[in-house]
Design a protein around this ligand. Structure first.
Ligand code: NAD
Length: 461
């Protein structure tokens, strides 16, 4: 029986980051992954392939609709979807192989198969051909999540599918119906809209992007409508079926929709089945998540859990933070995650980036705040790149001026938001941000101007 200090189940951003950090700290680490490629949902069928498709489809849209503004005249812009899909797969391949090399470099033992806890300190790897029993001082569960099913929606793995299918449609659907106006629905809905599909988004709530700052989400909806996405809000989908070559989607109180393809994107559920948790007495909560206490410890001694299986935002970088904190705490006794400084990004065009509290949360918590807003149309760099949609909002404590939240809808918001996350992590005030020199001309100057606006002293607006 092979013996390791730490056995990790799952090689997504949580699991592989934990493996590398633990190896750096001197542990003998093993990581069990059932898929031949490392990297988990994020690298294989999530963040990375979707961002590759978002980039390609946006370039296609720009070539068709925006190049002429720059004086670039193309005779005809044609789509070669097969090449676009191949480029996406190549990108995924390079990055997943990169994780393999990192494992080798850090001398992490990799097991191919499903990991199942069989007793305290024992994990069984069930591969296609053989079973291997491992002895572990510590076990870390990082098995992530999967698309949530919806009663009545009959997934056929082709026409009615999840994000996995929507990353690889072999042709542009004539009409795509997206169920759910969250991260996945808006990103992949945008991809296929840009490539020419009619896209209808059905959303149960009366708004898009639940949990995001209301004002920012409302502005996003207007922009996406201008791009041609159709929204039906307050539409609770009750069923979707394949009928011949088409699909029929039913929603309470609305006419059924007939379409070519359906993307179900109503959230994700933790992968906590078949892990043998009962063998060590771990009981799941009502959402099938693994309850944890301090330092990601489960109720079973020596068993830890991080990422999508424990609740909180289902984000790759949140899992990575937890991975480092959990492993460092195990080895050094210290490790911490600042959940107030974890950004969220929707990679639409413009992108939406958010960190810290929303105005709605501050109002609910009765926190007095001041607000500074700066429109991207007043930012010179945004003008030069012809991407003037959106704005930046900084929320600061009314008494201390400490930054409590930043919400950005703008080109490259996903990069801009990191500065705000650093500021929040360092406990910065809006004045700290406002007094920090920002290079000119950059989009980041708009963040500084929004910080200046908290004290009503923007320069360029
Ligand atoms: P989500 O939670 O972001 O959005 C799901 C949406 O579906 C919600 O608006 C919800 O109200 C709606 N909905 C639920 N039931 C419905 C019904 N019966 N009819 C109509 N609408 C219904 O979920 P998602 O978009 O599936 O994403 C899943 C997870 O993956 C999220 O937690 C997200 O954090 C993560 N993710 C992140 C990124 C990113 O960081 N850019 C990208 C993709 C996914």
């Amino acid at each position: 029986m092979a013996s390791h200090d730490l056995v990790i189940i799952g090689a997504g951003p949580g699991g592989y980051t934990a493996a590398i950090r633990a190896a750096q700290l001197g542990l003998n680490v093993a990581c069990i992954e059932q898929e031949p490629a490392l990297g988990g949902t994020c690298l294989r069928i999530g963040c990375i392939p979707s961002k590759a498709m978002l980039e390609s489809s946006e370039l296609f849209r720009e070539a068709k609709e925006k190049f002429s503004q720059h004086g670039i005249v193309l005779p005809e812009v044609k789509l070669d979807l097969a090449t676009m899909l191949r480029r996406k797969e190549q990108t995924v391949g390079i990055l997943t192989k990169g994780v393999d090399s990192l494992f080798k470099k850090n001398k992490i033992t990799r097991y191919l198969g499903r990991g199942r806890i069989t007793a305290p300190g024992r994990v069984l790897v069930e591969g296609e051909k053989e079973k291997i029993e491992l002895e572990a001082k510590y076990i870390l569960i990082a098995t992530g999540s999967k698309s949530s099913p919806l009663p009545g929606v009959e997934l056929d793995g082709d026409r009615i599918g999840t994000s996995t299918e929507a990353l690889s449609y072999p042709e542009v659907p004539g009409h795509l119906v997206v169920i759910g106006a969250g991260y996945i629905g808006l990103e992949l809905g945008s991809v296929w809209r840009r490539l020419g599909a009619k896209v209808t988004v059905l959303e149960y709530l009366n708004r898009i992007l639940p949990g995001m700052d209301d004002e920012t989400a409302a502005e996003a909806k207007k922009i996406f409508e201008r791009q041609g996405l159709e929204f039906r809000l307050g539409a609770k989908v009750t069923g979707a079926k394949v009928r011949g070559k088409q699909c029929v989607v039913e929603a309470a109180g609305a006419e059924p929709l007939v379409c070519d393809r359906v993307l179900l994107a109503v959230g994700r559920v933790p992968n906590t089945d078949g892990l043998g948790l009962e063998s060590v007495g771990i009981k799941l909560d009502e959402k099938r998540r693994i309850p944890i206490s301090g330092n990601f410890a489960t109720s079973a001694p020596g068993v830890f859990a991080i990422g999508d299986v424990i609740g909180g935002a289902m984000l790759a970088h949140k899992a990575e933070e937890e991975a480092v904190a959990c492993v460092e705490h195990l080895v050094t006794g210290h490790g911490h995650v600042n959940y107030d400084a974890i950004p969220g990004v929707v990679y639409t065009q413009p992108e939406i980036g958010s960190v810290g509290k929303t105005e709605e949360q501050l109002k609910a918590d009765k926190v007095e705040y001041r607000k500074g807003v700066f429109p991207m149309m007043a930012n010179s760099r945004a003008r030069t790149i012809a991407q003037t949609e959106g704005k930046i909002k900084v929320l600061a404590d009314a008494k201390t001026d400490r930054i409590l939240g930043v919400h950005i809808i703008a080109a490259h918001a996903g990069d801009l938001i990191n500065e705000a996350a650093v500021a929040i992590n360092f406990g910065a005030s809006s004045e700290d941000l406002a007094r920090s020199c920002h290079a000119h001309p950059t989009l980041g100057e708009a963040l500084r101007e929004a910080a200046l606006a908290v004290d009503k002293r923007t320069i360029n607006f």
